[in-house]
Design a protein around this ligand. Structure first.
Ligand SMILES: *Cc1c(COP(=O)(O)O)cnc(C)c1O
Length: 399
């Protein structure tokens, strides 16, 4: 595993560079000048005193700027190796902000297995403004290239994807976008900057749902955009203020608290997921395991190249019916039956009747989302308890 995981770029000013684990705790945060308070305070105010009309100390109104949010933006930018960061009230708030860059008549190339909310905002919100979307298999670089048109302005991708953990070659995809003068934006929610830093691989924009691993405790909803492009950042700031999907200071504080432990949490998520994937892979009642850390996974080699580890998400196909798979996800004691992911606690869900229920059955199965597919967000509990729980749930369901 690399030791220089996104080490801060030394831009010649002699500043010391710190490693990811150090920046996750300190970047963007200084003890309070006046009181020495170690943690960034929750600046719970809407407005700020001005010393004279227009003569303010950097803050006028909290939609436009808030010190708690500023610290979080600086922290996240440091972790992604970005110059600039902007936070939003949800991951969808950040995705919407990227869509705000588009105009009627523009075209977007994106994955046929993007996050459901992303598919929904593209087709049910932005198509009505005459923005056109082409959904392709992003694991196929030739298919991406072939989908570009003269009016393509944006390539939007995710890797690893949900729920089959497909891997997209970020460098290859970004090169294609740039050959066509389009922006390459990547939803890095599943990997987090601890495991994958798309800006280093050529992406222009990274989007996050802070709700997942960055918050890490299933207690906050948030989003962020990171970039090295000052013009893009300025536009994101304009939309942040104009559209108003900004996070409150309490939410920003919670995510700042979360990112401090991101490295240790992610190490355990990855370690547990790897052990569970290997155990499932040998289980006689499991047909197939989707985990990029397994050598049998079709994206394993690319993942090994562009990620520092393989993450905490995995899916598997039970050798059984939809009902039996429903019994498995209903019979666990440690895993909670719930949507979402990325918290310290393990979650389990069945895409067919839950997260992917909106897709017609035949289309869903053709895409590899079989009736008995089960998705797991592996938490950081003791791995033996997690494996034992899956074992009893599978046994009980297939009895
Ligand atoms: C959850 C999620 C989102 C949406 O984020 P919210 O914070 O729920 O708005 C976007 N992309 C991915 C990959 C997600 O998992």
């Amino acid at each position: 595993m690399s030791d220089d995981r996104g080490t801060d770029d030394d831009d010649g000013d002699g500043a010391r560079t710190f490693r990811f684990e150090t920046r996750s705790i300190h970047a963007g945060q200084e003890p309070d000048d006046e009181t020495g308070a170690l943690m960034t305070p929750i600046f719970a105010n809407s407005t700020y005193e001005q010393d004279g009309p227009g003569d303010h100390r950097g803050y006028e109104y909290s939609r436009t700027g808030n010190p708690t949010r500023d610290d979080l933006e600086a922290n996240l930018a440091s972790l992604e190796g970005a110059e600039y960061g902007r936070c939003f009230s949800s991951g969808m708030g950040s995705i919407n902000t990227v869509c705000n860059l588009l105009e009627s008549g523009d075209h977007v190339v994106t994955g046929n297995d993007v996050y459901g909310g992303t598919h929904r905002i593209f087709t049910q919100v932005y198509e009505q403004y005459e923005i056109e979307f082409t959904f392709v298999d992003m694991t196929d670089l030739e298919a991406i290239d072939a989908a570009f048109q003269d009016n393509t302005e944006l390539l939007w991708l995710e890797t690893p994807t949900n729920p089959l953990l497909s891997i997209v070659d970020i460098e290859g995809a970004a090169d294609i976008a740039h050959e066509h003068d389009a922006i390459c934006a990547i939803d890095n929610t599943f990997a987090t900057p601890y495991l994958q830093r798309p800006l280093e691989l050529g992406a222009d924009v990274v989007s996050h749902s802070l709700t997942k691993y960055l918050g890490g405790h299933s207690d906050v909803v948030g989003g962020a955009l990171l970039t090295n492009d000052p013009d893009l950042d300025e536009r994101f700031g304009f939309y942040q203020n104009s559209v108003g999907a900004t996070p409150g200071p309490f939410d920003a504080f919670l995510v700042l608290r979360g990112t401090k432990t991101l490295p240790v949490r992610m190490d355990r998520h990855c370690e547990n997921a790897r052990a569970i994937a290997q155990w499932l892979d040998e289980h006689p009642d499991v047909d197939r395991v989707y985990y990029p850390g397994l050598e049998s996974h079709p994206g394993h080699e690319i993942a090994a190249r562009q990620m520092d580890d393989f993450g905490g998400m995995l899916s598997f196909e039970l050798d059984g019916t939809l009902e039996q798979a429903s019994d498995v996800v209903s019979n666990t004691e440690v895993f909670t039956l719930a949507e979402s992911l990325g918290g310290v606690e393990s979650l389990i869900e069945q895409p067919a009747p839950m997260t992917h229920a909106a897709i017609p059955r035949e289309e869903r199965i053709a895409a590899g989302l079989t009736d008995s597919l089960i998705r797991v967000s592996v938490g950081i509990e003791h791995v033996d308890d997690l494996i034992g729980d899956l074992e009893q749930a599978i046994e009980g369901a297939l009895e």
